[in-house]
Design a protein around this ligand. Structure first.
Ligand code: BDP
Length: 329
């Protein structure tokens, strides 16, 4: 039988078609990017990573693929960011707090009792200042791609119900690896212990620390409620999540691809915020039925007063940024 060899005209036609349609054809190089995520797949933030990857895949017609590695599979946040800096990991969804250890001005966004509410924070993040700060991560070798919701952080512990800061006195509270978070917890009267997130469960279980602070979805999905069943809605900080790319691995991307990826990250924000709101309710119900004691309306006057001291100690740059944040209507 005669082998089926395409004629020159057919070949030219196929090549022309392939160039016109941005579809990854067999054999065509596909850009594969790895995204590091700390949370499990059902957490709303991880869900949004998948949505981001889906949008990138759809809009690039399969040419750019993002594989999401959940559950800290690629490491804890600080080490993930180091790997992003030298291009071993392409994208990381981390807490702003982790990036702030490389880009200190970001601390302005996580000051205690800073925002009037979540909408205020989103007006800041989506406005001029948010854009400016997102771009400023370039100073540390990152490409700022987008923000996600991370609710408000609240204290929890294994010892007792907390209503006023004096109840925290003497407790060892795990904080993120952030000087600012240590300062905040110290101002409230507890002893901060900086630790990667992955160590917190066993530290609380063995009594190495008495508690921690985090938003409700994370408190639930990490199962911390099982070992630290006293939770108080102190809402002392709103620390947004941030999605950053690696300047090293992104250097090979065309301007159009970079634009496509950035836009997809921004376009997954609304999906994430909806998923967040739903999951937050579910998490609250679940931990309640598991027996967690939640103090829902502590008097925040004392907490706020103690937090004010933190502002006085900040650099002029941070204070200026704080003023700009507060002036956003
Ligand atoms: C969670 C953030 C995660 C942080 C973690 C922590 O989503 O990125 O690293 O808190 O406390 O809310 O370390």
């Amino acid at each position: 039988m005669k082998p089926m060899i395409p004629g020159t005209r057919t070949l030219v036609l196929c090549l022309a078609l392939a160039a016109a349609l941005p579809i990854a054809l067999p054999g065509e190089p596909v850009i594969s990017l790895r995204l590091a995520e700390l949370h499990p797949a059902d957490h709303p933030t991880a869900q949004a990573d998948y949505e981001f990857a889906r949008l990138v895949d759809e809009r690039s017609r399969g040419r750019i693929r993002i594989s999401v590695y959940t559950d800290s599979m690629l490491g804890q946040e600080i080490s993930v960011l180091e790997q992003v800096q030298f291009g071993a990991i392409d994208i990381a969804r981390v807490s702003l707090s982790a990036v702030a250890s490389y880009v200190p001005r970001l601390n302005a966004l996580q000051m205690p009792y800073l925002y009037r509410d979540a909408d205020h924070m989103w007006r800041v993040l989506k406005g001029e200042l948010g854009k400016e700060l997102l771009a400023s991560v370039g100073d540390a070798g990152f490409v700022g791609l987008g923000w996600f919701e991370a609710g408000a952080r609240n204290f929890y512990n294994s010892r007792r119900s907390i209503t006023s800061p004096s109840d925290l006195r003497g407790l060892r509270i795990r904080v993120q690896e952030s000087t600012l978070m240590s300062d905040i917890v110290t101002a409230f009267g507890a002893s901060p212990v900086q630790q990667p997130f992955g160590e917190v469960y066993s530290a609380m279980e063995t009594g190495a620390v008495d508690g921690a602070e985090n938003n409700m979805p994370t408190y639930f999905s990490s199962r911390h409620y099982r070992v630290a069943p006293y939770y108080t809605l102190t809402e002392h900080a709103r620390i947004p999540e941030i999605v950053v790319g690696s300047a090293v691995s992104f250097a090979v991307l065309s301007r159009a691809d970079l634009e496509l990826i950035s836009r997809a990250a921004m376009d997954s924000i609304d999906f994430q915020r909806r998923a967040w709101a739903e999951y937050e309710k579910l998490a609250m119900d679940r931990v309640r039925s598991a027996g967690v004691r939640i103090v829902t309306k502590p008097d925040l006057a004392e907490w706020r007063a103690l937090a004010r001291k933190i502002y006085d100690r900040q650099s002029p740059e941070i204070r200026l940024l704080v003023e700009r944040i507060r002036s956003v209507k």
